[in-house]
Design a protein around this ligand. Sequence first.
Ligand code: COA
Length: 352
Amino acid sequence: MRAKIAGIGHYVPENVVTNEDLTKYMDTSDEWIQERTGIKERRYATKHKETTTTMAAIAAKKAIEMAGISPEDVDFIIFATLSPDYYFPGCGVLLQRALGITKTEIGALDIRNQCSGFVYGLSVADQFVKTGMYKNVLMVGSEMHSAGLEFNTQGRGVSVIFGDGAGAVILQPTQDENEGILTSALHSDGTSAEELAVYSPGCHGGIHLPDVDFGFEETDAPGEIFANQTLLEKGHMYPHMNGQAVFKKAVVKFPEVIMETLANINASPADIDMLIPHQANLRIAQFVQRTLKLPNEKVFNNIQKYGNTTAASIPIALSEAYEAGKIKKGDLVCLAAFGSGFTWGSTLIRWS
Ligand code: COA
């Protein structure tokens, strides 16, 4: 038994924010952003009207409809996001409520793997379906970055990159050996965890620890057990990113993990019909494309329009590529992601 994608859908907010629009709040330029990242514009959700969950619900309804089922048929939800509506509970239960799946009391799992959240979550969903435990797993990646970016010159290295949106798939079992998820590979390296992170809220001790004294020994060095104390001391609630460290690791790990999944099924890069790289940065995607020697028509990028939507970027791109007729039945589709953690992974799917 394999898991196949039986339904897919995505949603991006209507509000378009151009690079030029950002210059109102920070010292940046359209030229700088396009040259370094390929991004021309991104979408921002409407404040107080949309959230990570409401966007996910729209994408999920499309995937559910395409799969020919109703929300009540979903028997498990997996939700990947780094920008949840609340610190807790996670968005999985909020999505369950938004979809009106209240009678069946199905399980909902939240995935915290940032840019590789969709690939990680998909592999979890794959295991549930392959083992016969669930028949209709809803896997969603959704992000509302615009609610948590630093809109000033100090935050410009990060804020210009990220955008909002959601993508969803329904996974169902198949006995057909010519379709479905063929293999996945997942990796992590926590030694650089603070190089791409939001530190607060958190119990690391940068800020916000309650000022109480129960008489036991304490240290005055916040974050001393963590790798990068200086960064933690800032206790910052906005994302911090060492862009060059991310770039250098990403261009190595993307091709490496793709080659690993290809080796799992005795295939080579030439066998890939469509590569959907996580939309981190167009320059990273182009580097991966050159390394694997893939022609333009075998790689799908939409970061130019949406920026980096982290956990939502792969399902949005997959959904758009499918809607545009760029993925056909029988195609070997390769998903690959790299991001905060660092975590990275790849999945190969024989499209159905
Ligand atoms: N507009 C204008 N100037 C900016 C800027 C912006 N939005 N952001 C940073 N700068 C400035 C910096 O302050 C720095 O100025 P200085 O030389 O006077 O100090 C200069 O541009 C170069 O900064 P640097 O961070 O070295 O740029 P870079 O060439 O590494 O490009 C990234 C920055 C973020 C575009 C690049 O590192 C990158 O794409 N990294 C990968 C990020 C990524 O993929 N993240 C997603 C993770 S999945």
